[in-house]
Design a binder for this molecule. Structure first.
Ligand SMILES: Cc1cc2nc3c(=O)[nH]c(=O)nc-3n(C[C@H](O)[C@H](O)[C@H](O)COP(=O)(O)O)c2cc1C
Length: 191
């Protein structure tokens, strides 16, 4: 599938189930491949990914409900829990610190680049899942859930949680998105 086709198919999927068309091992392989291929500033490899399946995935969304003490509706979090798994995106602040010490001139940029590289990883992961007929969405319950997530998955203290991507079988396609004139956002300069 071309990158444009893949991006066209990627959407925010809230209505998920546990029936994904490939095995957990195949998802694992693809997630590892994407993490390997997506670039990072100075090739610093700051991104960390935790791929969670099954009961642990369900527990994650139950714990998120508890951490928010009912402020996020159960029905909303159950949409994610109904999926087959969750990908947690993080970056390692120890790597960022080392780069800052090594390259003083760019010190302020390294945390920004780590976040940007993480965003690159997220979009590729999201589109890759859709290519495999797996729906996903991008969620941000961090930083409220950080301590609980670290405890649940034994994640090192140096890792900063950036996003959560629940995924699963596609139960329903989202509504069409409103299009706008792309020329308002893209200018072309020719000499
Ligand atoms: C950086 C970023 C943060 C987002 N955060 C959330 C979020 O916390 N919760 C959510 O439901 N969707 C979130 N989204 C999804 C966007 O709302 C969604 O991608 C956008 O409305 C376009 O819809 P589409 O994904 O169906 O194309 C986020 C998307 C991006 C790129």
């Amino acid at each position: 599938m071309s990158i444009i086709k893949s991006l066209e198919k990627r959407r925010t999927y809230y209505n998920l189930d546990k029936k994904i068309p490939i095995s957990e091992q195949e998802v694992e392989e693809k997630v590892k491949k994407v993490t390997e291929l997506v670039p990072d500033a100075f090739n610093m490899k700051s991104a960390r990914v935790v791929l969670v399946f099954g009961e642990k995935h369900e527990q994650l969304w139950d714990e998120i409900y508890d951490v928010f003490e009912g402020k996020v509706p159960r029905e909303k979090l159950d949409l994610f829990k109904n999926g087959a798994g969750t990908i947690l995106f993080l970056y390692d602040q120890d790597i960022v610190k080392k780069m800052q010490e090594q390259f003083h001139t760019y010190a302020d940029n390294f945390p920004i680049w780590a976040n940007q590289a993480n965003g690159m990883l997220q979009i590729v992961m999201w589109s890759m899942l859709r290519e495999l007929n797996i729906g996903a969405s991008l969620q941000h319950y961090n930083p409220i859930i950080d301590a609980k997530v670290k405890e649940l998955f034994d994640i090192p203290e140096s890792c900063m949680l950036v996003a959560q991507m629940p995924f699963g079988g596609i139960k329903k396609e989202p509504d069409e998105k409103e299009k706008e004139d792309i020329n308002k956002r893209v200018s072309v300069v020719r000499s």
